[in-house]
Design a protein around this ligand. Sequence first.
Ligand code: B12
Ligand code: SF4
Ligand code: SF4
Length: 311
Amino acid sequence: MKTLKQKIANYATQDLGLDDCRFTSADTSQFMEIYDLWLKAGRHGEMDYLLKHQDLKEHPEKLLSGVRSAIVVMKNYKSTHERRLAGNFKIARYAVGADYHAILAEKLNALADVLKKESPQAQCYCGVDSRPIPERSLGIQAGVGFLGKNTMLIKPGMGSYFYLGVVLTTVDFEPDAPLRWDCGSCRLCIDACPTQALLGDFQMDAAKCISYQTIEQKEPMSETQIRQAQGWIYGCDICQEVCPYNHDRIPLTNWSEFLPEAGVGFKFFEKAPDDLKEQDIPKTSPMHRSRRRIIPNFQLARRIESAKMKH
Ligand code: B12
Ligand code: SF4
Ligand code: SF4
C-alpha cells in the first residue's frame, strides 16, 4: 500500500509532470539568522518586501495555522543547450518563455487539492516566488538540491536552471534528508561575476547583482552599471553559465510553456529594428512587471553600443 507521501510525490511527478517533489519540516528557523544578518547588512538593496516578509518566513504558522510540513517541487526551465548566450543584448533563460508564476501556481493548487481529497482535514498554502516563503532554504532542507557558491539551489544531474514552488501544509509528513553535496574547491562563478556580487560565503550583495539592477532597481540603470552588465538587459545568467553542474547532458525542459516560442524568446533585444515600447512586452511574460524600467535600460545600452562601434 502506498503511503500518502508516495501518493503525493507520484501525483506531482507523474500526473503533473514536475521534475521533483520532496518533503521537509515547515520549521525554517535554522536559516533565519542568515537571512536576518543579510538584511541587516543591507544586501537587499531596495527590495523592501524582503524585510516585510522576514517575520512570516520565520513564523510560517502566521501564514497557515497548524502548519507542519513543506512540500517542495521543482521544474526544469532550461531551453537552450548554449552554455553562453550569444548576441549583444541578452535576456535570462528564466524569462524567455511564458510566465512561470501562474503556470506553477496552477500545478501547486492541483497538488493541494489532491492532498485535501486524500486527507480531508488538510489545510494548504501555496507559493511560487512572490509569497513570503523561504523557498531555497526549504529546498535545501528537503534535499531538492544543495546551495552553490553562486547562491543557486543546484541539483546534481539537473543543474540550476529550475523554478521552485512550495505547498505549506498542516499534514505531518516524514521529512526527506538534505543532500550531502557541495561545490568543492570550484569558484568559477565568483570569478566570473562582473560586479563582484558573489561574496564567497553562499550569499550575494543583491544591490550589486545585474539581475537585481535589471529587474528590481527602481531607478534606470546608470551608465556604469550598463557597461558592467556585459549586454544583459533583463536578468543575468553568467554565474550559472560557467557552473560545471549546468552541463550539456542536462535535457531541455519538457514543458512547451517554458520554450522561447511560448514567450518573448532569446532574440527579443536583438531583432527590434526600432526602439522597443512597453506595449511590446506581453502580459504573459515574466518581464511584464518590470516593463517600465526595461525600456530606458535597453535604450541606454544601445546608445553605448553604437557609440563604441563608431570609435
Ligand atoms: C529576492 C530574490 C532575488 C534577488 C536576490 C537573490 C539572492 N541570491 O538572494 C535577485 C533579484 C538578485 C534574484 C536573482 C535571481 N533569481 Co531570484 N529570488 C528572490 C526571492 C524572491 C527571495 C530570495 C531571498 O530571500 N534572498 C535572500 C537570501 C539571503 O535568501 P535565500 O536566497 O532564500 O537564501 C537562503 C538559503 O540560501 C540559506 N543560506 C544562505 N546562506 C547559507 C549558507 C549555508 C552554509 C547554508 C547551509 C545555507 C545558507 O539561508 C538563506 C536565508 O534563508 C526567491 C523566491 C523566494 N520566495 O524565496 C527567488 C529565487 C531565489 N530566484 C530564482 C531565480 C531563478 C533567479 C535568477 C536566476 C533570475 C535571473 N536569471 O536573473 C537570479 C539568480 C541570481 C543568483 N545568483 O541568485 C529562483 C531560484 C531557483 C534556484 N534553482 O535556486 C527563486 C527560488 C524563484 C523561484 N520560485 O524559482 N532573485
Ligand atoms: S546573476 Fe550575474 S551579476 Fe548576479 S551574481 Fe550571478 S553573475 Fe553576478
Ligand atoms: S560555478 Fe563552481 S563554485 Fe560556483 S556554484 Fe557552480 S560548482 Fe559551485
